[in-house]
Design a protein around this ligand. Structure first.
Ligand code: M6R
Length: 611
């Protein structure tokens, strides 16, 4: 939530910062602002998107070789010009941007108000900034020292970037619980919430850790801990190409990412799976093979779409590995004093690797002795680093706020982990494992064939774009797909949608069914098929409109449906890798038909770094 950018070097800072903010807009987009420094410290900010800020800055002095910028997802205070970052301290000497939440801001505000401070915004950020400035002035100390002192009083999460009127080319940054990357160039440094703002200038980066402070100048990067000890920055090489974060001719990132799936699933399997040899290689996971095989319980922890991947994996793990699996919302798990038994294994699933609830949940579980395995997309992210071991999903950068390719990559990795454990434990026959490995290898091609025939899906989207509600139903591994289909639709189109196990419909939601309700069945040919066909009949009997995702040439299901979206035949264990794709497309086309901003849906942000 919130994107932060910084630059100090030999270039003009404004274009670098603006371009960086556009790349980070997926993290929040209700207001944006920049602070620039050269002779004077100037702040420009505006409610709305980065494009609105650019318009606002036309004709203004945008000179300066040092600058910071922010794109906001509001927490404290409504989206408005005055709540937009950067904030200026009351003395006018410091400018600051912030990603995170200062939980004890009310207490700090009270103390500052008693000292005569007045605030121009409703934000926790302005409070922290003035608190830092107050310490600096009172103790006549450096900004760096004042930040260190101030942060010892702060509870909550933050990445902060500050400019000081007295130090024109220096940015001071600190982090706890929100991501910060520093790009190292020749005579220049870049700062960002992720690496995308710096990708076209440098591939050398330093990931700043919690409780670290960075003093960043064009030619120098000093890293310290809050105890003022110098640390050696660990410079890593990025393995991402610029094309991966651009639209590449597609109208939206979401569409590009849906269409990338044959490639991303292939990349995820590549080098790890060889069906001809009945072999799965997952070195991270293999380090803990003994513990996983001996585990009485696996707990999957995640949020949103990643939670749906965990729920799907529950079916696969229990079936293949005969291990009890629990799937937990990170936000609930972290607060309810969960029971962690010796030998419990936790699998944390996250695209961004920065989701605050998931991060804290695994931190707590790790402290209680659990083994943490990460299934994460963003390399070097906080969850990846917090985990004992894991397997990256290798889906490449996902920019569209609605998660698509990350979900199928998560399913591919989780399926491989389950099959590896089944192989080690001997809970599936070699023959069955071989069938599933061959099925997995064939998935990219099958996804390709779904994407080659989008016309029927577009037509369904046109027909139902004005519906008020949708119901999504499925059984077995297709039940979590129904949940994911419903989530995708509400995120992108703002249509109310609910997902249910198809049989559960009779216990309440059936009351909603009338001739106006589209009901999407995920109804591929599997062991539940006959039962799902009966559920379709029940909806038809009440005049509901049946739309279904079916296996190609399944005439029985087609005859029970008003409209169908077809997928190639597939083993039911892996069917979600296919059945989710038409649902992603359906949401996308409905969102576009309704004129919604599908890449940046209202109120959402890509990376939820506040709890
Ligand atoms: O980065 P994560 O996978 O941890 O994010 C979890 C959720 O915030 C995320 O899946 C969210 O639900 C998406 N908007 C779904 O499209």
């Amino acid at each position: 939530m919130c994107g932060i950018v910084g630059y100090t070097g030999h270039r003009d800072a404004y274009p670098v910062v603006i371009k960086g903010l556009k790349r980070l807009e997926y993290r929040g987009y209700d207001s944006a602002g920049v602070a620039l420094h050269e002779k004077t410290l100037r702040v420009y900010k505006k409610m709305g998107k980065v494009a609105d800020l650019e318009e606002h800055a036309v004709g203004k002095d945008i000179s300066g070789k040092t600058g910071i910028g922010h794109t906001r997802w509001a927490t404290h205070g409504e989206p408005s010009d005055r709540n937009a970052h950067p904030h200026l301290s009351s003395s006018g000497k410091l400018a600051m941007i912030h990603n995170g939440i200062i939980e004890n801001y009310a207490q700090l505000k009270k103390e500052l108000t008693q000292k005569g401070y007045e605030f121009k915004s409703d934000t926790d950020t302005e409070v922290l900034l003035n608190f830092i400035d107050e310490i600096k002035q009172n103790n006549s100390c450096s900004l760096e020292e004042a930040i260190r002192v101030a942060l010892k009083r702060v509870t909550g999460a933050y990445v902060i970037l500050l400019l000081d009127a007295e130090n024109p080319d220096t940015i001071i940054a600190a982090r706890k619980g929100s991501p910060l990357v520093i790009g190292v160039g020749k005579g220049e440094h870049f700062l960002g919430s992720d690496a995308s703002p710096m990708l076209e200038y440098t591939k050398e980066v330093v990931y700043v850790n919690d409780y670290e402070l960075a003093i960043v100048k064009p030619d120098e990067l000093i890293l310290k801990n809050l105890g003022n000890e110098k640390l050696t920055p660990y410079v890593q090489k990025l393995d991402i190409e610029l094309a991966a974060i651009e639209k590449g001719g597609y109208d939206h990132f979401m569409l590009k990412e849906i269409f990338e799936q044959p490639r991303t699933i292939y990349d995820c399997l590549r080098g790890r799976l060889d069906a001809s040899k009945n072999k799965i290689t997952l070195s991270g996971i293999e380090q803990y093979a003994k513990e996983i095989c001996a585990a009485n319980r696996i707990i999957m922890i995640a949020c949103g779409t990643s939670w749906h991947a965990g729920l799907t994996a529950e079916y696969i793990f229990e079936e293949c590995c005969r291990i009890n699996v629990e799937v937990e919302y990170a936000s609930e798990f972290r607060y309810r004093n969960p029971i962690i038994n010796p030998g419990d294994v936790i699998i944390a699933i996250s695209q961004s690797g920065e989701t605050a609830d998931t991060l804290v949940a695994i931190e707590n579980a790790k402290a209680k002795g659990a083994i943490i395995l990460g299934v994460v997309n963003v390399v070097g992210s906080s969850i990846a680093r917090m985990s004992h071991a894991g397997a990256y999903t290798h889906a490449g950068p996902e920019i569209g706020v609605a998660s698509t390719k990350a979900f199928t990559a998560q399913l591919a990795v989780l399926s491989m982990i389950a099959l590896k454990i089944a192989q080690l434990k001997g809970t599936l026959s070699a023959e069955r494992i071989n069938t599933l490995l061959n099925e997995l290898e064939a998935i990219p091609e099958k996804v390709e064939s779904i994407l080659a025939n989008t016309e029927p899906i577009k037509k369904i989207a046109q027909q139902y774009a004005t519906a008020r509600d949708f119901l999504y139903l499925g059984r077995g591994t297709n039940f979590p797909v129904a949940l994911e289909g419903a989530l995708k639709l509400k995120e992108i189109s703002y249509i109310h949608a609910e997902g249910y196990p198809a049989a559960e419909m009779k216990h309440g939601p059936i009351a909603l069914v009338d001739e106006n309700l589209p009901v999407v069945f995920v109804a591929t040919k599997d062991s539940y098929h006959e039962k799902v066909l009966s559920n379709m009949q029940e909806i038809r009997a009440r005049k509901g409109k049946v739309i279904s995702v079916i296996t190609e040439e399944d005439e029985t299901a087609a005859n029970l449906s008003e409209s169908v979206m077809q997928v190639p035949p597939c083993d039911e264990m892996l069917a979600p890798l296919l059945t989710v794709v038409p649902l992603q497309l359906l949401s996308y086309y409905i969102g576009v038909a309704r004129g919604c901003d599908v890449d940046k849906p209202r109120n959402l942000a890509k990376s939820v770094t506040v709890e």
